[in-house]
Design a protein around this ligand. Structure first.
Ligand code: O2Y
Ligand code: MN
Length: 600
């Protein structure tokens, strides 16, 4: 055990210990031995399975409880002091009331368990853009996943010193053990109503209870790096965003860095690791999910990936969709909720690997291709170290970050929104970010199938404060900057469909053609035409060499249907009403200006 000189941290750990009553406390040192020991604890208890060491060395499989398989948006709370400072009234609870409720759940919740204290750094330790958190959790699964996803341990305690700032993150699976009771395969609170993913933005504090899965439990990710960090970013003049970061090298060897905001399950990990089909271009990865951006001394925005690993969706990952991820997850990877083959390997739908004749599915049951069940849960995940990515950029951990030239924003729209659209200026770019969204495809949330669910900057599930204030912060960032040094914002849509309901754009590696046009625009050579909605590539501007795409398809991809856009304006106006008085005037103005241009 290392020495901790931070008195306030020690006092907080004691306070949590007194409330949660664990059997023991373990301060994580972040070593490889400790990682192995924590895995072994679960393997020995029959809760985890080491995979075939010849096929997947260092890999393990875990199965969650069938009720605990994804982020729980309807149990996610932002407990700001004032309701109007929360993203919306339905996620707000008065902080003291929420704490009182949760304290009752936390009382004795770690009985029979070890309480892990996990000091972690979001971003390279010591970077001026990085931030420190300490997660207390009663789940070894959380502790070893945090080891992959963040930088944990003694070095973080050193960086914290005796009075450093940190975000307090408390997590319990909510399943105390009675004397001698055998643990469940995946402990968690039995009912959804017992789960809480709570954020106290003014106190920079997170309390999570009842779930052991993903973003609910690995608190460095969505809870800290997006919801709490967004509040820190607003107060300190930077940006904490749901964005991938990629490095693009052109045939002349010139390097460009691009961020991209896309909603969950829109292929961010695939885009971050894309293999370009355009000769001479190269893509390398900096991050696949979150970007923190701060101004450098030269007035440009510099981004770091605050994470150290990737927590990617497994189903659909294949040599076609993401060959680099496939290579990356061959070793030292934690799989959760995929199928286990008879030879100790893993299998999932959309892997491109033939289905085995038998396996054990994610629920632990026998499975055959005729079972009529999924072998892997649709939200099955891999946790894998970023450094293992075959195309990780050498500078991915540069404490100074990388200078961003362009920001992509894009949802999943089968009509209306063209393949790519360049913003006219910063405010117009923020407007485009504010209107991005996807058509609702299932009736699971509402019965509004076909309607657009707006997801500004892909942050809808991750806002830590009022969404109008969030957009105002983006506008302020632009107002206070040298406009010539700001990244240019591009609105992209890979998902437009034709009359036969088929995707027109092939996507994956072919997206490099759009990236190429963007870089050409930035360097002044790309061709574009001004339109009422922004600057669109001319019909011949995107390099289609070697791609079997007809001129008619390209025309469709770049089409602006005035009637569709007039309907879009009405739909945006409806959405803007949900901001009430906090809608930034500059965005209402942008909408009016676009309407005027469309009516000319
Ligand atoms: O279901 C979860 O808890 C994972 S959600 C997630 C994981 C990695 C990257 N992005 C997301 C997301 O929902 O945006
Ligand atoms: Mn995400």
């Amino acid at each position: 055990m290392y020495k901790v000189s931070h008195k306030e941290l020690k006092a907080w750990v004691e306070e949590v210990k007194a409330m949660c009553k664990p059997d023991s406390v373990h301060w994580c040192d972040g070593s490889q031995e400790e990682y192995q020991q924590m895995l072994q604890v679960m393997v020995d208890a029959g809760l985890g399975t080491p995979l075939n060491s010849k096929k997947r060395p260092g890999c393990y499989l875990f199965r969650s409880h069938p009720s605990d398989v994804a982020r729980v948006e309807n149990r996610t709370f932002i407990a700001s002091k004032k309701m109007e400072d929360a993203p919306s009234p339905d996620v707000w609870v008065e902080p003291e009331e929420l704490k009182a409720t949760m304290r009752k759940s936390y009382d004795g919740c770690m009985k029979g368990r070890t309480m892990y204290v996990i000091p972690f750094s979001m971003g390279p330790i010591g970077s001026p853009i990085s931030k420190i958190g300490v997660e207390i959790s009663d789940s070894p699964y959380v502790a070893f996943n945090m080891k992959i996803m963040t930088r944990i341990g003694a070095a973080v305690i050193d960086a914290l010193g005796s009075d450093g700032e940190y975000v307090r993150c408390l997590h319990s699976v909510g399943s105390p053990l009675a004397e001698g009771e055998k643990d469940k395969a995946w402990p968690c609170a039995p009912s959804i109503d017992d789960k809480y993913i709570s954020h106290f933005p003014e106190e920079r504090m997170i309390w999570s209870y009842g779930s052991g899965y993903g973003g609910n439990a690995l608190l460095g990710k969505k809870c800290f790096a997006l919801r709490i960090a967004a509040v820190q970013a607003r107060d300190e003049g930077w940006l904490a965003e749901h964005m991938l970061i990629l490095k693009l090298t052109d045939p002349n060897g010139k390097v460009h860095y691009v961020c991209g905001a896309f909603p969950s399950a829109c292929g961010k990990t695939n885009l971050a690791m894309l293999e370009p089909t355009v000769p001479g271009w190269k893509v390398e990865t900096i991050g696949d999910d979150i970007a923190w951006m701060k101004f450098g001394k030269d007035g440009r925005l510099y981004a770091i990936n605050p994470e150290a690993g990737f927590f990617g969706v497994v189903p659909g990952t294949s040599m076609k969709s993401n060959p680099n991820a496939m290579k990356q997850i061959q070793t030292n990877t934690i799989f959760t909720n995929v199928g286990l083959t008879d030879d100790g390997d893993v299998w999932w739908e959309g892997s491109g690997m033939p289905a085995p004749s038998h396996l054990i599915d994610w629920k632990g049951k026998d499975w055959t291709p005729d079972s009529g069940e999924l072998a892997a849960h649709a939200n099955a995940r891999f946790t894998t170290p970023a450094e293992q990515c075959p195309v990780i950029a050498p500078e991915w951990e540069d404490p100074a970050g990388v200078p961003i030239s362009a920001i992509l924003v894009g949802g999943r729209r089968k009509t209306t929104v063209p393949l790519v659209n360049e913003s006219r200026d910063w405010n117009h770019g923020v407007f485009l970010g504010s209107i991005m969204g996807s058509e609702i495809t299932t009736a699971a949330i509402t019965d509004n199938v076909g309607q657009v669910r707006r997801d500004p900057f892909a942050m809808l599930p991750f806002f830590g404060y009022n969404k109008g204030d969030y957009l105002q912060h983006w506008l302020d960032i632009g107002k206070n900057a040298d406009a010539s040094k700001l990244p240019k914002i591009y609105f992209v849509n890979w998902f437009r469909k034709n009359a036969d309901d088929k995707f027109i754009w092939p996507g994956f590696g072919e997206n490099s053609r759009v990236l190429k046009w963007i870089i050409e625009r930035l360097s002044g050579t790309g061709k574009a035409a001004e339109t009422p909605i922004g600057n669109l590539p001319t019909a011949d501007a995107i390099d289609l060499n070697g791609l079997n795409l007809s001129a008619k398809d390209m025309e469709e991809l770049l089409k602006i249907d005035k009637d569709e856009w007039k309907a879009e304006i009405e739909s945006i106006r409806e959405d803007y009403k949900t901001y009430g008085t906090r809608l930034p005037k500059a965005l209402a103005d942008e909408l009016d200006k676009m309407e005027k241009r469309l009516n000319l």
